[in-house]
Design a binder for this molecule. Structure first.
Ligand SMILES: [Zn+2]
Length: 419
C-alpha cells in the first residue's frame, strides 16, 4: 500500500493539544487553577467520558479492562500485531496540576489526531492508554492498575482496597461504569511510550526541551530509632550523657556525605525527624528519623546502604546510644528498553530539539509496563520543577515538542517491531 504522506513529515497540532488540556482541566478544576480529580470519582468519570467521546470522533474504538484501564485503538494495516501504545494517567492529586499524567494521555491523543487528519496508516494498531489510579492518593498504593497489568498486584487485592471513608475500589469502579470484561493484563502490547512532565528542575536549568528518559532510579527507605537517656541539661556532665539528638545530628550528616560521595547521581535525604522529649532543658533521650536513598544503579544504592550502616553504628558507639534501623521500602531501579530510548533520542535529534538523557526521580506507570513490554519515556520541563501542586505550569510549545517526539518515536517503533 502506498502512503501519500511521509511519516517523517507528520506533526501534532499543538493548539488542539493545548485546547484539550484546558478543556479537560475543567473536570475537577479548582479556583487556584489546578485540578482535584481523585481516581474513580465523578470527576474521573467525566474526563473518561470526554476521552471516549473525543477518541471515538477520531475513528478509534475505546475499550476498558477489568481495572478500568482505557485503551483507545486506531487500527493499522496488520491488526493481528499487538499495538504500539502511548499513555499515562488522567487522575490527579487532591491539589494537583493540569499536566502531571494528563499530558501523556492527551499528547497520545494528539498523535492519534495527527494520524487521523493526515490519513496516515501504520502497520501496527496504535493505542492510547489511560491507567487507572496512578496517583494513589485516594486508594494506595500508587500506579495500582499498571501494576496489575504487569502482574505486580492481583486484581482481587486491588478490587478490595478501600479509601479513607471505607469505600471499596471495586464498588467505585462499578459506580462510574468503567469495569470492563477483558481481564487486566491480557492485552499484549508491542511497545509503550509515556510523555510526562519532568517534575524536577534539571531540563529547565539546562535550557533543554526534551528529556530522553533512560530509566527510573532505585530507592530504599529506612526508619531509624536512636535511643539514649533523658537527663537534666544543667546537671549532667558532657562525658556522662547519652544524647540521642547529638548522635542523630552526626548520622544525618553521614547520610548527606555518603550521597555526595556517590554523586552526582546519588541522593540521600532525612526528611522526617522526631525528637523526644523535645524540651529545652532535657538531654534528648530518643530520636526517630527516616532515610531515603536513591541512585539509578541498584549496586550503588546497596553500597550506600552498607556504608551508612557502618557509619551509623560507629556514631552510635561514640555517643553511647542504641541504634535500630528498619528498611521499609525497596524499589529497584528500572532500565528502559535501549531500542525504545534510542527511538526517542533519534526523534528529538531529527526535530532539532535540544535534549539530554535523564533518569526519572519519581515512579511512573512506565516503570511497571517496562516489565512486560519494551518501554521508554519522554520528559518536558515544568516551571521551577514544581509538581503535585495547583501552580504546576508548562509552556505550550514544550507540550507540542514533547508530543512531536512521541509521534516520531511511535512511528519508528511501528517500523521496527515485528510483533
Ligand atoms: Zn504522573
Amino acid at each position: 500500500m502506498s502512503q501519500s504522506v511521509k511519516g517523517s513529515n507528520l506533526r501534532v497540532d499543538g493548539n488542539a493539544l493545548w485546547v484539550d488540556l484546558m478543556e479537560t482541566a475543567q473536570y475537577g478544576g479548582t479556583p487556584k487553577g489546578g485540578i482535584r480529580r481523585l481516581t474513580l470519582t465523578d470527576e474521573d468519570r467525566q474526563v473518561r467520558d470526554w476521552f471516549v467521546r473525543t477518541c471515538t470522533d477520531l475513528g478509534c474504538e475505546v475499550s476498558f479492562d477489568s481495572m478500568g484501564n482505557l485503551f483507545a485503538r486506531r487500527p493499522g494495516l496488520d491488526n493481528a500485531l499487538p499495538p504500539i501504545t502511548m499513555g499515562s494517567h488522567l487522575d490527579t492529586q487532591p491539589t494537583g496540576g493540569k499536566f502531571d499524567g494528563i499530558l501523556g494521555v492527551l499528547g497520545g491523543l494528539s498523535v492519534l489526531r495527527a494520524l487521523h487528519n493526515s490519513g496516515y496508516t501504520t502497520r501496527h494498531p496504535i493505542e492510547v492508554i489511560n491507567w487507572t489510579n496512578e496517583e494513589g492518593s485516594r486508594f494506595s498504593p500508587p500506579m495500582m492498575c499498571s501494576g496489575v497489568f504487569a502482574g505486580i498486584f492481583t486484581e482481587a487485592e486491588v478490587l478490595d482496597k478501600r479509601d479513607r471513608a471505607g469505600i471499596r475500589f471495586g464498588d467505585e469502579l462499578d459506580t462510574i461504569g468503567y469495569r470492563g470484561k477483558e481481564p487486566c493484563g491480557q492485552h499484549p502490547i508491542s511497545a509503550y511510550f509515556e510523555l510526562h512532565i519532568e517534575q524536577g528542575p534539571i531540563l529547565e536549568a539546562e535550557d533543554k526541551t526534551i528529556g530522553i528518559v533512560t530509566g527510573i532510579q532505585g530507592a530504599r527507605w529506612y526508619e531509624v530509632t536512636v535511643r539514649g537517656k533523658d537527663a537534666h541539661a544543667g546537671s549532667t556532665p558532657m562525658p556522662l550523657r547519652h544524647d540521642a539528638l547529638v548522635a542523630s545530628a552526626g548520622m544525618i550528616m553521614a547520610v548527606s556525605e555518603v550521597a555526595k560521595a556517590h554523586g552526582p547521581s546519588a541522593v540521600g535525604t532525612v526528611g522526617l525527624l522526631e525528637n523526644r522529649p523535645n524540651s529545652s532543658n532535657v538531654v534528648p533521650g530518643e530520636v526517630f528519623f527516616t532515610i531515603d536513598i536513591r541512585d539509578p544503579d541498584d549496586a550503588v544504592v546497596l553500597q550506600m546502604e552498607q556504608e551508612l550502616r557502618g557509619k551509623l553504628e560507629t556514631i552510635a558507639q561514640e555517643n553511647s546510644v542504641e541504634l535500630e534501623i528498619v528498611q521499609i521500602w525497596d524499589a529497584p531501579a528500572v532500565h528502559f528498553d535501549k531500542a525504545c530510548v534510542g527511538m526517542v533520542e533519534e526523534a528529538a535529534t531529527e526535530h532539532g530539539y535540544s535534549a539530554r538523557r535523564i533518569v526519572s526521580g519519581p515512579g511512573h506507570d512506565a516503570g511497571y509496563v517496562a516489565k512486560v513490554a519494551p518501554t521508554a519515556m519522554i520528559f518536558v520541563p515544568c516551571k521551577d520543577g514544581l509538581s503535585h501542586n495547583e501552580e504546576e505550569s508548562i509552556l505550550q510549545q514544550d507540550a507540542e515538542m514533547g508530543a512531536n517526539v512521541l509521534l516520531a518515536a511511535v512511528l519508528k517503533a511501528d517500523q521496527t517491531f515485528d510483533q
